[in-house]
Design a protein around this ligand. Sequence first.
Ligand code: SER
Length: 391
Amino acid sequence: MRTTLSTSQITGTFLDFYRDRGHEILGDSTLIPPQGDPVLFTSAGMHPLTPYLEGRPHPLGRRLTGVQRCLRTTDLDEVGDDTHLTVFQMLGSWSLGDYPGDQSLRWGYELLRDGFGVPPSRLHVTVHDGDPGSLETWQRLGVPVEILGDDDNWWSNGPTGPCGPDSEIFIWTGDGVPSGTPSTTPSTDDRWVEVWNHVMMRYRRHPDGTLTSLEQPSVDTGMGLERMAMVLQGHSSVFDTDVFEPWTRTVSSLWTPSRLLYDHLRSSVVVIGDGVHPSNTGRGYVLRRLIRRILTTLWRDDPSRTLLDLPTDPIASTVDHYGLPIDPLYVHDVLVYEERRFGALLRRGRPLIERLLLRGPLTDDDYHYLHDTHGIPRDLVEEVVTAQPRQ
Ligand code: SER
C-alpha cells in the first residue's frame, strides 16, 4: 500500500482523531524523564505517565493523546535493520481509568481503516491468552486474531510498575493477499509489521515480583511513528521515509550510504536538542557513544572524513521536525568538538594500544592499565582497535 501522507500528516491525523473523541493533547515530549526518575532517557510513550497509570489524577484529565520522543539503547545493536531506530517517536492514546480496552481497540480499528486508509484485509492482531475481552472485540470486528502468552503479549516498562496484557496490531506490507501470520512467521516474513500496541494496564508489579490489580484499570497505546510512516508510504525500511530523506541524501552524497550514520546522526541531533552534552557519565555518555560510533564508521573507510563537511540542512530539518529549541549551528559545533576530542584521544591512545597488542591480545590487566594510568576506557580501547584517527 502507498499513501501520500507525510510523517507530519500521520501525526496530525492521529492527534485529531483522539482530540475529536475527547482526548487532551500532551505538550512536552522531551527525551529527559522527570526529576527523580532513575531512567536515563524516556524509552516508551507512556513513561512520563507512569504515576497517572498507577492512579494519580492527571491535570489534563482522563483521556490523553500525544507524540512522545523516545530513545532505546537496548536497540542499538538492531539499528541497521528495516525498523529499529535509536531515537524514534511514539504516537499514543491513554484512558486513565476512563473508557475500557474494547473501546480502545474499536477506535484503533476505525482510525487505521478510515483515518489512514488501511484495508482491513491487511490487518492481523495478537492477544494475550488471559484477555478474553480483547479476543471477543477483534472477533466481532472480523480481524484475524491469534492468542499468545506472556512472552508475546504482556507489556511492562521495567521490572516494577503498571503492566498488563496487550494486543498488538500488525499490517501486511507484502504484495497480494497476506500469507502466514505474524507469530508463526516473524523471523521468516518481515512483511508483517507491528505498528500499534494496546496495553490493558490492569496490574502493578511489585519489587518482590508479585502482581496486584490496579484500582482503576487504564489503557495505554503506542504506535511507532516512523514505522507507521514506512508502512503507509509503501517503503520497506524506515530509512526510506520522508523524515530520513535529508539524512540519506546528504550522507550518501558526502560519504557512503549507511543506516548507522543516518540513525546516529539524527539521534545525536535530538539528544543534543534536548539539552544533553557529551560527557563520560549518564546521558552525556550515551551521546558520546553515539557520536563515536558515527566517527568510527566514517573513519573505517577513510580517515580523512570529517563532520566539518556535514551541512546544517539535515540538522535543521530534524530540529524543525522535533520542534527542538536549539540552533542547528550549535548542534554542528557540538559534533565537531566531539570529533576533535575523539581524534586526539585516538592519536594518544593508538600507539599505547598498538604497543600492548604486539605482545598478543589485550588482557584484563592491559585494560586496567590503559584505564587507570591513561584514562582510556575499555570501550574506547575496543574502538581504537577498529578505528583510524583523522590525520
Ligand atoms: N507501552 C506500550 C509500548 O510502548 C504501548 O504504548 O509499546
